[in-house]
Design a protein around this ligand. Structure first.
Ligand SMILES: Nc1ncnc2c1ncn2[C@@H]1O[C@H](COP(=O)(O)OP(=O)(O)OP(=O)(O)O)[C@@H](O)[C@H]1O
Length: 232
């Protein structure tokens, strides 16, 4: 198994109005918690879409040294509220994401996995509650649990804590960090919250309008971030 889960080489995305990602090359070590930061519009979500294979870069490549088909990716979206009337239980909501989900019941193996993920995300007690009645932080933990059911090698959080209150933000990231340290799942977190990135990550990737910077999180200075504090 390679030491690296993915690497990008000279990535560039040319949109009609704008070019983002300027010969972006970096290697991500397995087990790392990487925060991707940068101003609005510098290409953070574009990079995630390229990694997920949803968008083809205009130039450059993303490669998975251990072959793409062997790498499972879990994705946690930005928080979106779910209608109060949404009746699906927390447990069934999480189960929706099992790959090969096509039966109205779960296999014994899937049930075991679901119970483990419910425990890992502190949702066991809430499993039979309806998603509509869960708090914002609980809903977001359910999205995290959905991303975890297929035992991903790489977990991608795309501004997943934005719109949560400060306590729920920290709870979610504490959980992700614990999973990262216990199970060695690699984490990529896109965020505008520099203090939280500094608290929870190992490495950073700062995208800029004309380039990028990467290194250990201790080297990321708030002043490096164009716009600084006003975006925190
Ligand atoms: N499909 C597209 N066609 C044309 N332009 C696009 C497309 N997707 C993104 N862009 C433009 O590319 C730039 C980068 O978008 P992207 O969503 O990757 O930025 P971001 O860094 O994630 O921003 P934010 O912090 O606001 O979420 C933006 O100016 C956006 O308008």
């Amino acid at each position: 198994m390679s030491e690296f889960i993915l690497e990008t080489n000279n990535l560039k995305e040319e949109f009609p109005e704008k070019t983002v990602l300027h010969d972006l090359s970096f290697k991500l070590k397995r087990g790392t918690f990487l925060s991707i930061v940068g101003e609005n519009g510098v290409g953070k979500t574009t990079l995630i879409k390229i990694i997920l294979g949803q968008l083809k870069p205009s130039n450059g490549t993303v490669t998975f040294p251990d072959k793409q088909e062997n790498i499972k990716i879990g994705y946690v979206p930005q928080f979106r509220n779910i209608d109060d009337e949404y009746q699906l239980s927390v447990k069934n909501f999480i189960g929706l994401n099992f790959s090969g989900y096509h039966l109205p019941w779960l296999t014994p193996k899937e049930k075991l996995r679901l119970n483990k993920v419910l425990q890992q995300t502190n949702l066991s007690k809430l499993q039979n509650e309806s998603m509509g009645q869960a708090s914002g932080g609980e809903k977001q933990r359910a999205y995290l649990a959905q991303a975890l059911v297929n035992e991903p090698d790489l977990l991608i959080l795309d501004e997943s804590t934005a719109s949560l209150d400060p306590v729920a933000k920290e709870d979610l990231l504490n959980l992700v960090r614990e999973l990262n340290q216990k199970t060695a799942v690699t984490v990529i977190s896109v965020t505008h919250d520099i203090p939280l990135a500094q608290q929870f990550s190992d490495e950073y990737l700062l995208l800029k309008s004309d380039g990028f910077e990467t290194g250990p999180i201790g080297q990321l200075k708030i002043t490096d971030y164009e716009g600084g504090q006003e975006h925190v």
